[in-house]
Design a protein around this ligand. Structure first.
Ligand code: ADP
Ligand code: MG
Length: 226
């Protein structure tokens, strides 16, 4: 009975989160729709038209950001555990982030171990590292170096993500993972690290953060080896 209660509670938390997220997506969509309706009015001068169009664009981008941070790889129903080679999966995430890497003039260096197998849900693994690597790239808006390393022993697989970006203060590090905590103003959702922590916890992994303002940040994530 006790186990059932715990499960029910967990489900409730997930449902509440789902409700909060659909709210985060619906709000900008509703706003965009409102501006589209205004655009349909016949006697609209060019200045107003441009303003409404840029507002529509901004709202749609905001909805897209929530989907990328929270839902990009989510799929309906069952979660299958597979044997994953972490280096191969990280290479895939880097490919997805190539446009952002180019846009920020970020140089990518990798040192991938050939081994390093874990048992995990591939989509969740991708969602987690998409958020970590995206944050690293976003911390270097004027360029820098992103270094990703994987290491494996018989008991652990460790992934290190290092950037030469803006870094964080101790107080900022302590707020990581708090829902909606973001220093990126309109460009942030504050959902990415919450997703990271919840996935790593579910995978029985650990997260270490070392950061220094203006120097950069290192995230070290370890999982039990398969
Ligand atoms: P978002 O990216 O939408 O702001 P996240 O939850 O992904 O939200 O991250 C929360 C905050 O943590 C960011 O706004 C940023 O201040 C900080 N942060 C996360 N990763 C890094 C990093 N690699 N370098 C500097 N700051 C970071
Ligand atoms: Mg983020």
């Amino acid at each position: 009975i006790r186990q059932h209660l715990v499960k029910a509670k967990k489900l409730e938390a997930v449902e509440q989160m789902g409700a909060a997220i659909s709210h985060e997506i619906r709000n900008p969509l509703t706003a965009a729709l409102g501006f589209v309706q205004l655009l349909q009015e016949s006697d609209l001068d060019e200045k107003k038209r441009d303003l409404y169009l840029s507002l529509v664009k901004g709202e749609l981008e905001s909805a897209e950001r929530v989907i990328q941070d929270y839902l990009t790889f989510s799929k309906p129903s069952f979660h299958t555990l597979e044997e994953l080679n972490v280096s191969e999966e990280l290479a895939h995430v880097l490919t997805i982030l190539q446009p952002l890497t180019n846009q920020n003039s970020v140089l990518v260096e990798t040192n991938f171990s050939l081994n390093g197998l874990i048992k995990a849900d591939r989509q969740k693994f991708h969602q987690c590292f998409l958020n970590l690597i995206k944050n690293a790239i976003e911390s270097m808006p004027d360029g820098g170096v992103l270094y990703i390393e994987t290491q494996s022993t018989s008991s652990q697989v460790t992934i290190q993500i290092k950037d030469s970006g803006v870094g964080m203060t101790r107080a900022q590090i302590e707020r990581l993972g708090e829902p909606y905590y973001s220093t990126k103003e309109v460009k942030g959702t504050g959902l990415g690290m919450m997703v990271v922590y919840s996935i790593v916890r579910a995978m029985k992994g650990t997260i270490r953060v070392d950061s220094e303002p203006e120097k950069g940040t290192v995230f070290q994530i370890s999982f039990p080896a398969y």
